[in-house]
Write a protein that binds this ligand. Structure first.
Ligand code: 3PG
Length: 306
């Protein structure tokens, strides 16, 4: 039984060592494909894989077709929009994620980006503080909850909107649940985005929504670039010279954003949210354990393609 780690953006070595231990303890063999530059390398590597552990790597119908022995793909992380679920289901391949395992890492990055932003990208000028500011958490899942926990320590006033989360559960964390996404943006000085990229959410953060924010608003996006309406973001930022956008996912129009809004737009060069040893260990080892449990016992607890 062969388990392939296929990661364009590699895990920390300590995490790969931990995954190897789990895989070998289960009596399986581990193969490693890291930092690949061509899709063909992935297509070649999957040929004899029974299981694949990935990050944001694209598993499309072509990859699934090439992986003739494939039984399971585990996305070591939260979002699985990089996997063609229909193609996997049609081929009888189970797809899982590892929810929550990298959530603290992403939440810590949110706070880092926010301090960097309100201190004017550390350019030496006088900035503002997070204490007392209204923080809107756009989707109250694993990352959103961790953001709330940490932001409380900064003395921020917390609000959240999540159509799939009970208001009582949000309230129980000392966070004020709001009734609509519009209300969230209208209420908060800063909004932290944690929605997945789905047909419903893609391009949903548009000029009309951003226009509800108070003057000097900040949006921090550590979720997916697809949820932002990029053309309308440019229009909005042009018309609203105090608004700042910071993100962990390079937008499609990065060059234009850099040129037009150098002092109020920032992106990390490559998604950094889950790039910690701890998150890699948590998500990678969870993935290895889920694979062993699925192959040996048929446990499909974290299956996302029903
Ligand atoms: C996730 O969905 O878990 C995060 O976006 C992390 O993605 P990454 O593993 O590619 O860093």
């Amino acid at each position: 039984m062969k388990v392939l780690i296929a990661t364009d953006k590699p895990f920390a070595k300590v995490a790969v060592d931990g995954i190897r231990k789990e895989v070998e303890a289960a009596g399986f063999e581990l193969a490693l494909l890291e930092k690949y530059t061509e899709k063909q390398q992935l297509l070649d590597a999957v040929v004899d894989a029974d299981a694949i552990i990935i990050r944001s790597d694209i598993i499309d119908a072509e990859v699934i077709a090439a992986a003739k022995q494939l039984k399971i793909v585990v996305r070591a992380g939260a979002g699985y929009d990089n996997v063609d679920l229909d193609a996997a289901t049609a081929a009888g391949v189970c797809v899982m994620n590892t929810p929550g395992q990298n959530a603290n890492a992403v939440a810590e990055l949110v706070m880092g980006l926010l301090i960097f932003t309100v201190r004017n990208f550390y350019n030496g000028t006088s900035g503002t503080e997070l204490k007392g500011k209204k923080l809107g958490i756009h989707a109250y899942g694993n990352v959103g909850r961790n953001v709330a926990r940490i932001a409380k320590g900064f003395g921020m006033e917390l609000f959240a909107f999540d159509a799939y989360c009970r208001a009582e559960d949000i309230k129980a964390d000392g966070v004020q649940p709001l009734c609509s996404v519009e209300e969230l943006y209208a209420t908060c000085d800063i909004v932290s985005v944690h929605i997945p990229a789905t047909a419903e959410t893609k391009q949903s953060i548009n000029a009309a929504l951003l226009g509800k924010m108070p003057k000097g608003g900040v949006v921090v996006n550590t979720a997916r670039k697809e949820v932002i309406h990029e053309a309308e973001l440019v229009e909005f930022m042009t018309a609203n010279p105090t608004f700042k956008y910071v993100t962990d996912i390079v937008p499609g129009n990065d060059a234009e954003m850099k040129e037009k809004f150098a002092d109020r737009y920032f992106t990390t060069p490559k998604k950094m949210g889950a790039q910690t040893s701890e998150a890699n260990i948590n998500a990678g080892i969870a993935a290895a354990k889920q694979i062993a449990d699925f192959i040996k016992n048929g446990n499909d607890c974290f299956k996302v393609n029903r």
